[in-house]
Write a protein that binds this ligand. Sequence first.
Ligand SMILES: [Zn+2]
Length: 281
Amino acid sequence: MGHGTLEPLGKGVYLFRWPRGVVVSPLLVTAEGVIAVDPIDAEAARAYRAAIRQLTDAPVRAVIYSHDHRDHIVGAAELGPEAEIIAHPRARERILRRRDPDILLPTRLVQDEEELRFGQHRVEVRYFGPNHSASNIGLLFETDAGRLLFFCDLVEPGLAPYRNLPDTDVLGLLETLAACRTLGADLVLGGHAGPATAEWIDGYAQFFHELLAATARAYRAQGGQAPLPGEDGVAMTERVRLAVCQEAAAALRPRFGHWRGFDAWAPQTADRLLLYLITGN
Ligand SMILES: [Zn+2]
């Protein structure tokens, strides 16, 4: 079995880091039980449970799903077989639709704005509509370093946005990043990186706005979706795509090129924003 690590943040909050998938999930330990977020996968969940056992004999009372994506929420049966499974209604819809056999269905659905109480402890839930996925919720925890916002895959401090923004509602992503600035978070945690100061929320918003503007400029410079004389229509889309992705990434490199993954992923992210410009999402 692989090993994860636990990192205390104070006030009962810990981070479970799972190196194999480079994934991180927060958890809250209370006298009555443990509230664990995102089991990750079956093997990670077994290591997650073993790590919790080193902290407390109390049972895993609840498992919260940050969103419906398979790379974060498989394996809850290993983590807390008796636990209630808490998620946004959209997550339940998606899991049901996919008929995932290895994901426990949510048993308790959250409101778009709700305070979950566990004894003396609280976890605030915020849903701002579709963004990285249709079901992604922000979770706010009190820690010794202040308010921690966990928004899985939405803001990953130090990391460039992932590849071509799979499953993302682009406009919703921009709206959610703007809404996150009103939450009074001191720290932000993604599902793969962080925690870091909440300035990363602004950093991500600026990255997307600047990349969108650079992509639009490069697209105009290519003349949009217009074939050159004698050029095949498909060949045209590839010429435009390659040029736009390279130019847009180059425009952002001076400011954001030090973010991990920038060289590999920024051109793909520009391609996704190009599709947003062409189709409206
Ligand atoms: Zn995701």
